[in-house]
Design a protein around this ligand. Sequence first.
Ligand code: NDP
Length: 254
Amino acid sequence: MSHSRSPLMHNHVFKTLGIDACYTRTHLSDSSKLRDVFFAKALSGANITVPHKEAAFIACDEIRGIAKVIGAVNTIILENGRLIGYNTDADGFLRAIESFGPLKNALILGAGGTAKALATVLRQNDIEPVILNRSSKRLDYFNENGFKAFSWDTFIPSNAYDLIINTTSAGLSDDFLPVDATLLSDLLSRARCAIDVIYGKETPFLREVKKAKLPYKDGSDMLLEQGVLANSLFMHGTVSTDIIRPIMQQSFLY
Ligand code: NDP
Protein backbone atom coordinates (compact mmCIF):
# COMPACT_ATOMS: atom_id res chain seq x y z
CA MET A 1 0.00 0.00 0.00
CA SER A 2 2.58 2.57 1.09
CA HIS A 3 4.61 1.87 -2.03
CA SER A 4 1.89 1.81 -4.62
CA ARG A 5 3.01 5.22 -5.88
CA SER A 6 6.67 4.23 -6.07
CA PRO A 7 6.75 2.93 -9.67
CA LEU A 8 5.25 6.21 -10.87
CA MET A 9 7.66 8.28 -8.76
CA HIS A 10 10.84 6.48 -9.86
CA ASN A 11 9.91 5.94 -13.50
CA HIS A 12 9.03 9.62 -13.87
CA VAL A 13 12.55 10.54 -12.71
CA PHE A 14 14.23 7.96 -14.98
CA LYS A 15 12.19 9.07 -17.98
CA THR A 16 12.73 12.80 -17.37
CA LEU A 17 16.49 12.37 -16.94
CA GLY A 18 16.77 9.96 -19.87
CA ILE A 19 18.02 7.12 -17.65
CA ASP A 20 17.66 3.65 -19.16
CA ALA A 21 15.97 2.05 -16.14
CA CYS A 22 12.58 0.75 -15.14
CA TYR A 23 11.00 0.31 -11.67
CA THR A 24 8.37 -2.40 -11.37
CA ARG A 25 6.75 -4.35 -8.54
CA THR A 26 7.42 -7.95 -7.60
CA HIS A 27 5.40 -9.88 -5.06
CA LEU A 28 7.74 -11.81 -2.75
CA SER A 29 5.88 -14.54 -0.89
CA ASP A 30 8.92 -16.03 0.84
CA SER A 31 11.43 -13.64 2.47
CA SER A 32 14.19 -16.25 2.36
CA LYS A 33 14.10 -16.13 -1.47
CA LEU A 34 14.90 -12.41 -1.64
CA ARG A 35 18.48 -12.82 -2.88
CA ASP A 36 17.50 -15.48 -5.41
CA VAL A 37 14.73 -13.29 -6.80
CA PHE A 38 17.01 -10.23 -6.95
CA PHE A 39 19.67 -12.08 -8.96
CA ALA A 40 17.22 -14.10 -11.06
CA LYS A 41 15.60 -10.89 -12.23
CA ALA A 42 19.03 -9.33 -12.84
CA LEU A 43 18.08 -6.26 -10.80
CA SER A 44 20.48 -3.43 -10.09
CA GLY A 45 18.46 -2.08 -7.18
CA ALA A 46 15.25 -2.63 -5.22
CA ASN A 47 12.96 -1.16 -2.63
CA ILE A 48 11.74 -3.60 -0.04
CA THR A 49 8.41 -3.13 1.66
CA VAL A 50 6.48 -4.58 4.60
CA PRO A 51 6.85 -7.37 5.77
CA HIS A 52 10.28 -8.06 4.25
CA LYS A 53 12.45 -5.21 5.58
CA GLU A 54 14.03 -7.26 8.38
CA ALA A 55 14.66 -10.19 6.00
CA ALA A 56 16.27 -7.75 3.56
CA PHE A 57 18.64 -6.66 6.32
CA ILE A 58 19.76 -10.29 6.72
CA ALA A 59 19.95 -10.92 2.96
CA CYS A 60 22.44 -8.09 2.25
CA ASP A 61 26.21 -8.54 2.10
CA GLU A 62 26.81 -5.12 3.63
CA ILE A 63 24.63 -2.63 5.49
CA ARG A 64 25.34 1.10 5.35
CA GLY A 65 24.16 4.05 7.41
CA ILE A 66 21.28 4.12 9.85
CA ALA A 67 19.95 0.72 8.65
CA LYS A 68 22.71 -0.85 10.76
CA VAL A 69 21.09 0.49 13.93
CA ILE A 70 17.48 -0.08 12.87
CA GLY A 71 18.00 -3.65 11.62
CA ALA A 72 15.70 -3.07 8.65
CA VAL A 73 16.48 -2.34 4.99
CA ASN A 74 14.14 -0.69 2.49
CA THR A 75 16.64 -0.10 -0.33
CA ILE A 76 19.12 -2.57 -1.86
CA ILE A 77 21.78 -1.60 -4.38
CA LEU A 78 23.92 -4.03 -6.38
CA GLU A 79 27.57 -3.03 -6.11
CA ASN A 80 30.27 -5.23 -7.65
CA GLY A 81 28.06 -8.30 -7.34
CA ARG A 82 27.27 -7.60 -3.68
CA LEU A 83 23.97 -6.48 -2.16
CA ILE A 84 24.30 -3.25 -0.19
CA GLY A 85 21.42 -2.40 2.15
CA TYR A 86 20.19 1.04 3.21
CA ASN A 87 17.18 2.47 5.06
CA THR A 88 15.84 5.66 3.50
CA ASP A 89 12.58 5.71 5.52
CA ALA A 90 14.37 7.20 8.53
CA ASP A 91 16.15 10.05 6.77
CA GLY A 92 13.12 10.61 4.54
CA PHE A 93 10.99 11.13 7.63
CA LEU A 94 13.53 13.52 9.12
CA ARG A 95 13.51 15.62 5.98
CA ALA A 96 9.68 15.58 5.94
CA ILE A 97 9.43 17.09 9.44
CA GLU A 98 12.04 19.81 8.85
CA SER A 99 9.31 22.30 7.97
CA PHE A 100 7.85 22.01 11.49
CA GLY A 101 10.96 23.82 12.81
CA PRO A 102 13.07 22.82 15.83
CA LEU A 103 11.56 20.08 18.03
CA LYS A 104 12.78 18.81 21.37
CA ASN A 105 10.68 15.67 21.77
CA ALA A 106 8.12 13.46 20.01
CA LEU A 107 5.53 10.83 20.90
CA ILE A 108 5.50 7.89 18.49
CA LEU A 109 2.21 5.97 18.37
CA GLY A 110 2.97 2.38 17.34
CA ALA A 111 5.97 0.09 17.75
CA GLY A 112 6.35 -1.62 14.37
CA GLY A 113 9.16 -1.35 11.83
CA THR A 114 8.40 2.27 10.98
CA ALA A 115 8.42 3.27 14.65
CA LYS A 116 11.89 1.68 15.03
CA ALA A 117 13.25 3.69 12.11
CA LEU A 118 11.74 6.95 13.31
CA ALA A 119 12.75 6.50 16.96
CA THR A 120 16.33 5.85 15.89
CA VAL A 121 16.65 8.83 13.58
CA LEU A 122 14.90 11.19 16.01
CA ARG A 123 17.24 10.22 18.84
CA GLN A 124 20.27 10.62 16.56
CA ASN A 125 19.06 14.16 15.87
CA ASP A 126 18.47 15.12 19.50
CA ILE A 127 14.68 14.91 19.34
CA GLU A 128 13.79 12.67 22.29
CA PRO A 129 11.31 9.99 21.20
CA VAL A 130 8.80 8.28 23.49
CA ILE A 131 6.97 5.20 22.17
CA LEU A 132 3.35 4.37 22.98
CA ASN A 133 1.93 1.10 21.66
CA ARG A 134 -1.39 -0.73 22.02
CA SER A 135 0.26 -3.87 23.37
CA SER A 136 3.57 -4.64 25.08
CA LYS A 137 4.63 -7.39 22.67
CA ARG A 138 6.68 -5.16 20.36
CA LEU A 139 8.33 -3.06 23.07
CA ASP A 140 11.37 -5.32 23.67
CA TYR A 141 13.45 -3.70 20.90
CA PHE A 142 12.80 -0.24 22.36
CA ASN A 143 13.46 -1.25 25.97
CA GLU A 144 16.65 -3.09 25.01
CA ASN A 145 17.88 -0.03 23.10
CA GLY A 146 17.24 2.45 25.89
CA PHE A 147 14.12 4.14 24.54
CA LYS A 148 11.25 5.18 26.79
CA ALA A 149 8.48 2.84 25.63
CA PHE A 150 5.02 2.19 27.03
CA SER A 151 1.93 0.13 26.30
CA TRP A 152 -1.54 1.62 26.67
CA ASP A 153 -1.64 -0.02 30.13
CA THR A 154 1.54 1.57 31.47
CA PHE A 155 1.52 5.03 29.87
CA ILE A 156 1.03 8.08 32.07
CA PRO A 157 0.57 11.23 29.95
CA SER A 158 2.46 13.61 32.22
CA ASN A 159 4.58 15.34 29.57
CA ALA A 160 3.82 17.60 26.64
CA TYR A 161 5.25 16.36 23.30
CA ASP A 162 6.17 18.79 20.51
CA LEU A 163 5.34 16.30 17.76
CA ILE A 164 2.77 13.47 17.78
CA ILE A 165 3.44 10.79 15.13
CA ASN A 166 1.05 8.07 14.04
CA THR A 167 3.01 5.05 12.77
CA THR A 168 0.25 2.53 13.50
CA SER A 169 -1.84 1.05 10.73
CA ALA A 170 -5.00 2.26 12.51
CA GLY A 171 -6.95 4.24 9.93
CA LEU A 172 -5.23 2.62 6.95
CA SER A 173 -8.17 0.44 5.99
CA ASP A 174 -10.44 0.94 8.98
CA ASP A 175 -11.84 3.86 10.96
CA PHE A 176 -9.90 3.39 14.22
CA LEU A 177 -7.93 5.99 16.14
CA PRO A 178 -4.40 4.84 17.06
CA VAL A 179 -5.06 5.54 20.74
CA ASP A 180 -7.98 6.33 23.06
CA ALA A 181 -9.88 9.45 21.90
CA THR A 182 -9.72 11.30 25.24
CA LEU A 183 -6.00 10.63 25.61
CA LEU A 184 -5.33 11.74 22.03
CA SER A 185 -7.28 14.95 22.51
CA ASP A 186 -5.25 15.70 25.65
CA LEU A 187 -1.94 14.96 23.90
CA LEU A 188 -2.85 17.10 20.89
CA SER A 189 -3.94 20.01 23.09
CA ARG A 190 -0.36 20.19 24.40
CA ALA A 191 1.48 19.41 21.13
CA ARG A 192 2.96 21.77 18.52
CA CYS A 193 2.46 19.66 15.39
CA ALA A 194 1.51 16.16 14.17
CA ILE A 195 2.20 13.75 11.33
CA ASP A 196 0.60 10.53 10.12
CA VAL A 197 2.86 8.26 8.05
CA ILE A 198 -0.19 6.96 6.19
CA TYR A 199 -0.61 9.02 3.04
CA GLY A 200 -3.31 9.86 0.56
CA LYS A 201 -6.29 9.80 2.89
CA GLU A 202 -7.63 11.64 5.89
CA THR A 203 -7.26 9.14 8.71
CA PRO A 204 -9.28 9.41 11.96
CA PHE A 205 -5.98 10.54 13.56
CA LEU A 206 -5.61 13.43 11.11
CA ARG A 207 -9.26 14.39 11.62
CA GLU A 208 -8.52 14.86 15.34
CA VAL A 209 -5.34 16.79 14.56
CA LYS A 210 -7.34 19.16 12.35
CA LYS A 211 -9.88 19.69 15.13
CA ALA A 212 -6.99 20.61 17.44
CA LYS A 213 -5.89 23.17 14.79
CA LEU A 214 -2.27 21.98 14.75
CA PRO A 215 0.14 22.19 11.81
CA TYR A 216 0.15 18.68 10.31
CA LYS A 217 1.21 16.45 7.44
CA ASP A 218 0.16 13.08 6.13
CA GLY A 219 2.79 10.58 4.93
CA SER A 220 3.19 12.03 1.42
CA ASP A 221 6.29 14.09 2.19
CA MET A 222 7.92 11.09 3.87
CA LEU A 223 7.04 8.94 0.88
CA LEU A 224 8.56 11.55 -1.43
CA GLU A 225 11.73 12.03 0.60
CA GLN A 226 12.44 8.30 1.11
CA GLY A 227 11.91 7.91 -2.64
CA VAL A 228 14.28 10.77 -3.49
CA LEU A 229 17.02 9.21 -1.35
CA ALA A 230 16.41 5.73 -2.80
CA ASN A 231 16.43 7.08 -6.36
CA SER A 232 19.74 8.81 -5.75
CA LEU A 233 21.13 5.49 -4.48
CA PHE A 234 19.75 3.69 -7.57
CA MET A 235 21.82 6.12 -9.64
CA HIS A 236 24.88 5.58 -7.41
CA GLY A 237 24.83 9.20 -6.27
CA THR A 238 25.50 10.55 -9.77
CA VAL A 239 22.41 12.79 -9.64
CA SER A 240 21.87 15.02 -6.63
CA THR A 241 18.71 14.85 -4.52
CA ASP A 242 18.10 18.54 -5.33
CA ILE A 243 17.66 17.56 -8.98
CA ILE A 244 15.63 14.42 -8.26
CA ARG A 245 13.21 15.99 -5.73
CA PRO A 246 11.29 18.44 -7.97
CA ILE A 247 11.02 15.87 -10.75
CA MET A 248 9.71 13.18 -8.40
CA GLN A 249 7.33 15.71 -6.85
CA GLN A 250 5.73 16.25 -10.28
CA SER A 251 4.68 12.58 -10.28
CA PHE A 252 2.45 13.28 -7.26
CA LEU A 253 0.25 15.43 -9.51
CA TYR A 254 -0.72 12.48 -11.71
P1 NDP B 1 3.80 -2.81 11.52
O1 NDP B 1 2.84 -3.84 11.08
O2 NDP B 1 5.24 -3.19 11.75
O3 NDP B 1 3.25 -2.13 12.89
C1 NDP B 1 1.94 -1.76 13.05
C2 NDP B 1 1.72 -1.05 14.41
O4 NDP B 1 0.38 -0.56 14.41
C3 NDP B 1 1.88 -1.93 15.64
O5 NDP B 1 2.56 -1.20 16.63
C4 NDP B 1 0.42 -2.22 16.05
O6 NDP B 1 0.24 -2.39 17.45
C5 NDP B 1 -0.24 -0.92 15.64
N1 NDP B 1 -1.67 -1.04 15.38
C6 NDP B 1 -2.27 -1.73 14.36
N2 NDP B 1 -3.61 -1.56 14.43
C7 NDP B 1 -3.85 -0.75 15.49
C8 NDP B 1 -5.04 -0.21 16.07
N3 NDP B 1 -6.25 -0.46 15.57
N4 NDP B 1 -4.92 0.60 17.16
C9 NDP B 1 -3.69 0.87 17.66
N5 NDP B 1 -2.53 0.38 17.17
C10 NDP B 1 -2.61 -0.42 16.09
O7 NDP B 1 3.70 -1.65 10.48
P2 NDP B 1 4.83 -0.65 9.92
O8 NDP B 1 5.51 0.05 11.05
O9 NDP B 1 5.70 -1.37 8.97
O10 NDP B 1 3.95 0.38 9.05
C11 NDP B 1 3.05 1.23 9.72
C12 NDP B 1 2.45 2.23 8.73
O11 NDP B 1 3.46 3.05 8.16
C13 NDP B 1 1.70 1.60 7.57
O12 NDP B 1 0.44 2.23 7.47
C14 NDP B 1 2.58 1.92 6.36
O13 NDP B 1 1.80 2.06 5.20
C15 NDP B 1 3.19 3.25 6.79
N6 NDP B 1 4.46 3.60 6.11
C16 NDP B 1 4.53 4.79 5.41
C17 NDP B 1 5.70 5.18 4.76
C18 NDP B 1 5.74 6.47 3.99
O14 NDP B 1 6.70 6.67 3.23
N7 NDP B 1 4.79 7.37 4.14
C19 NDP B 1 6.93 4.35 4.81
C20 NDP B 1 6.76 3.14 5.60
C21 NDP B 1 5.57 2.80 6.21
P3 NDP B 1 0.38 -3.86 18.17
O15 NDP B 1 1.86 -4.09 18.37
O16 NDP B 1 -0.36 -3.73 19.46
O17 NDP B 1 -0.23 -4.87 17.23
